[in-house]
Ligand binder design. Structure first.
Ligand SMILES: NC(=O)c1ccc[n+]([C@@H]2O[C@H](COP(=O)([O-])OP(=O)(O)OC[C@H]3O[C@@H](n4cnc5c(N)ncnc54)[C@H](O)[C@@H]3O)[C@@H](O)[C@H]2O)c1
Length: 242
């Protein structure tokens, strides 16, 4: 396994299925891990005192800047940023309200933009940085009923390529992971018939586990991944071959 000794990682959405596993794997690889989520009670219940816990609601306007400031105050620096927090508000476009569109764009894309912006300067100073943005297969191929979510994740992919072009010469990488269908609270709520339909489209014959995503995160965060930049890495059991 790759090691992250001496590195500081901030993971958003760490109280979720995928974020929690990323946090635990990065901690096991030796990083100082700052976990962030909306509820401090949930953070305290899920993580022991070897983690730094910061609650914040990324839908709020100044939350991202404050989260980055508090992370650097608490941990001394930022080496690894995992923008993993995300929501869905699915409905057909003819019924989608401005609010449903804005909520998803603000939480998934704008907070990611703000955290990347806040991280780049301190990472440049350290001449080391790893930005990992959690996109989605839906951001690559689209999805019925998910115009807002697809826009947020597709935007994230294009934004990450642009960031990579700006920072690659400074020891910083910026990449996306695009998961397919991963077992988590986000997908647990889907109707069984829909899950069956998805399962039929997955050549691996199973849904992904959060650990399938977390393993790649540890690698992308490591020294060894320094030449992977501006990419979107699909993890989907062969569901999408593009
Ligand atoms: N599960 C999947 O199949 C799948 C597939 C593709 C992409 N993704 C992406 O992976 C990421 C993690 O998803 P998950 O499956 O673990 O879902 P999840 O619902 O378990 O976790 C989402 C996390 O985001 C946090 N979050 C949501 N809104 C927030 C806000 N306003 N401020 C701060 N935190 C907020 C939640 O508290 C939670 O911790 C998301 O960005 C999701 O879009 C998931």
């Amino acid at each position: 396994m790759f090691e992250l000794n001496g590195r500081v990682a901030l993971i958003t959405g760490a109280t979720g299925g995928i974020g929690g596993e990323i946090a635990r794997k990065m901690r096991a690889a030796g990083a100082t891990v700052v976990v962030s989520g909306r509820s401090i009670e949930k953070l305290n219940a899920e993580f022991d005192d070897s983690y730094i816990k910061i609650a914040c609601d990324l839908a709020e306007d100044s939350a991202a800047e404050e989260l980055m400031m508090n992370t650097i105050d608490a941990a001394g620096k930022i080496d690894i940023l995992v923008n993993n927090a995300g929501i869905t508000k699915d409905t057909l476009i003819m019924r989608m309200s401005d609010e449903q569109f804005d909520d998803v764009l603000n939480t998934n894309l704008k907070s990611c933009f703000k955290l990347c912006r806040a991280a780049v300067m301190p990472m440049m100073k350290n001449r080391y940085g790893r930005i990992i943005n959690m996109a989605s297969i839906i951001g690559v191929i689209g999805g019925a009923g998910q115009a807002n979510y697809a826009a947020s994740k597709g935007g994230m992919i294009a934004m990450t390529k642009s960031i990579a072009a700006e920072v690659a010469s400074r020891g910083i990488t910026a990449n996306c992971i695009a998961p397919g269908f991963i077992k988590s609270p986000m997908t647990d709520v889907l109707p069984d018939e829909l899950k069956e339909t998805y399962l039929k489209q997955i050549p691996a014959g199973r849904f992904g586990e959060p650990t399938d995503i977390a393993n790649l995160c540890v690698f992308l965060a490591s020294e060894e991944a320094s030449y992977i930049n501006g990419q979107t890495i699909n993890i989907n059991g062969g569901m999408g071959r593009f």
